[in-house]
Design a protein around this ligand. Structure first.
Ligand SMILES: Cc1cc2nc3c(=O)[nH]c(=O)nc-3n(C[C@H](O)[C@H](O)[C@H](O)COP(=O)(O)OP(=O)(O)OC[C@H]3O[C@@H](n4cnc5c(N)ncnc54)[C@H](O)[C@@H]3O)c2cc1C
Ligand SMILES: *[C@@H]1O[C@H](CO)[C@@H](O)[C@H](O)[C@H]1NC(C)=O
Length: 446
């Protein structure tokens, strides 16, 4: 088997195609999930015909994003140079969880306990795109997928231009506002408010800010800090030794923030919300020129991730398992899903058994993503409640506020899929012969 730890020492080897000719795969969406899917499919010997994205070019969008060990052990196995990710990420060894009012450190933990590597989403995305291109996989920009045909054995999709493309398998990695979820699964797009929204800002501190003792406390070297208070928390982190600065303020949402990555935030409201936070972060936030207001929505877990007729169109990433920011696992779980889908496709010997692979994939992935989604919810709730109804003097047990993602990282998604394959594929085959695919979760009332 591949080793994970010494992948740099061993020359990388792509696996031989398990099918002759190889399975042809089209990937919709060149976000981190789509790129990971392309790299995983390539590693496992499948042929990625194209990765399609509707935008004409990518901008450096978003701010901080975490990539955990559970993801980079897979990426390394697929021949990706993880040092490239590591070297552009936050270099702080630990993160500090602090009391809202005065910044007293309640707990200090290695960065690895939360996310592994934290970097700018846009920077990480550039590297993922480079990994895809290095493998000779075409990324076609400006390709807006507007329709899917769920036909067996050759599902297809149609672009806004009218062009139609067909393959053995289509993987829809089209993000939280997925069209595939609607067109392929017939699932309604029902954002469920989480009751919270984030104000967020990412900027390069000015020379003036760097020289101001009231605002430069966190700019000396890379740092990651959290200030937690009743129903609110602030995340602060830097990149490039403090030359880039990011803060995210999670606050109660009164329900009127549209779900968007681009909604401008009201800085007067921000200044009011941080008026009583630790001065070390307060002044840096208050002097920020502009921010975004980012509503945090859930999607209800879906009863299926796979198209009902051909079983050859599968969803992956935020389109079927979006995470809260506090989980720090959205991108990592997309990478795991990519590995599992590619492994399952390799484990079916015959081309007409693709449907066994996709159905095994959703059965393997659903419970795992529920666990990591719930981790994010649990952490937010602990942070928002721990300081309620206590006066400032009470000692808080560090365990109550610590980030507990470590157990998620030991997991090897590909190995797990191989170990469970026999059993899961048997269940899937039995479901096909009974003529009923069990839903991943019972549909809740409409
Ligand atoms: C603008 C933006 C900013 C983000 N910022 C952060 C952040 O700061 N921190 C964080 O943790 N997470 C952030 N995320 C979420 C994070 O990127 C995802 O959780 C993770 O990378 C997995 O995403 P994905 O690949 O499934 O979906 P996405 O990253 O959303 O990618 C989906 C891709 O599909 C494309 N697409 C959508 N519809 C179609 C269509 N019909 N046809 C063709 N292509 C289509 C989109 O253009 C997009 O490139 C952000 C996402 C976006 C889109
Ligand atoms: C991996 O990336 C790092 C950082 O960019 C670089 O220094 C190193 O040479 C790369 N390793 C390989 C084997 O390409």
């Amino acid at each position: 088997m591949d080793s994970t730890g010494d992948s740099e020492k061993q020359p990388y080897q792509r696996l031989l195609p398990p099918h002759d000719p190889p399975l042809r795969v089209i990937i919709v969406g060149a976000g981190l999930g789509g790129c990971a899917a392309a790299v995983a499919m390539h590693h496992h010997g499948h042929e990625v015909v194209a990765v399609l994205d509707k935008v004409r070019s990518f901008n450096r969008l978003g701010d901080s994003l975490g990539l955990g060990e559970n993801a980079y052990k897979l990426l390394a196995r697929w021949g990706c140079n993880i040092t490239e990710i590591q070297s552009i990420g936050n270099q702080a060894p630990t993160m500090k969880i602090r009391r809202w009012h005065d910044g007293k450190v309640l707990a200090e933990q290695p960065l690895m306990d939360m996310a592994g590597y934290i970097g700018h989403r846009g920077d990480y995305h550039d590297i993922f795109l480079k990994w895809v291109r290095e493998r000779g996989i075409p990324i076609r920009m400006g390709c807006d997928v507007v329709a899917y045909a769920d036909s067996d054995p050759c599902p297809s999709l149609t672009l806004a231009s009218g062009e139609t493309l067909a393959a053995d398998v289509i993987v829809a990695c089209d993000g939280i506002k997925s069209l595939a979820r609607h067109l392929v699964l017939g699932a309604r797009d029902d954002p469920v408010s989480s009751g919270y929204a984030c104000f967020r800002a990412y900027f390069k501190p000015s020379d003036e800010m760097r020289a101001d003792p009231a605002r430069n406390a966190l700019l000396g070297e890379d740092s990651v800090n959290f200030w937690i208070g009743p129903d609110t928390h602030v995340v602060q982190n830097t990149l490039r030794g403090g030359r880039e600065f990011n803060w995210i303020l999670t606050h109660k949402d009164d329900g009127d923030v549209p779900e968007s990555w681009f909604q401008p935030g009201n800085m007067d409201e921000v200044r009011r919300l941080v008026s009583d936070v630790d001065p070390a972060i307060r002044e840096a936030i208050k002097s920020t020129e502009k921010c975004l207001d980012w509503k945090i929505c859930y999607r209800k877990p879906l009863p299926t991730w796979v198209s009902p007729r051909s079983h050859r169109i599968a969803l992956l990433g935020d389109s079927c398992h979006a995470h809260l920011p506090t989980s720090a696992q959205g991108a990592s779980q997309a990478v795991e899903s990519a590995g599992v889908l590619a492994v399952c496709l390799s484990l079916v010997g015959r081309r007409d058994e693709v449907k066994v692979a996709t159905r095994a994939y959703e059965k393997l992935r659903f419970p795992r993503t529920r666990v990591s989604q719930t981790h994010g919810e649990d952490l937010r709730d602990r942070w928002h409640n721990v300081l309620k109804n206590v006066d400032g003097i009470v000692e808080i047990d560090p365990e109550m506020v610590k980030i507990k993602n470590r157990p998620l990282y030991a997991f090897d998604a590909e190995q797990d899929a191989r170990e469970k394959w026999q059993q899961v594929s048997q269940v899937v085959r039995a479901e096909f012969s009974n003529g009923r695919i069990e839903p991943l979760i019972e549909a809740t009332g409409v």
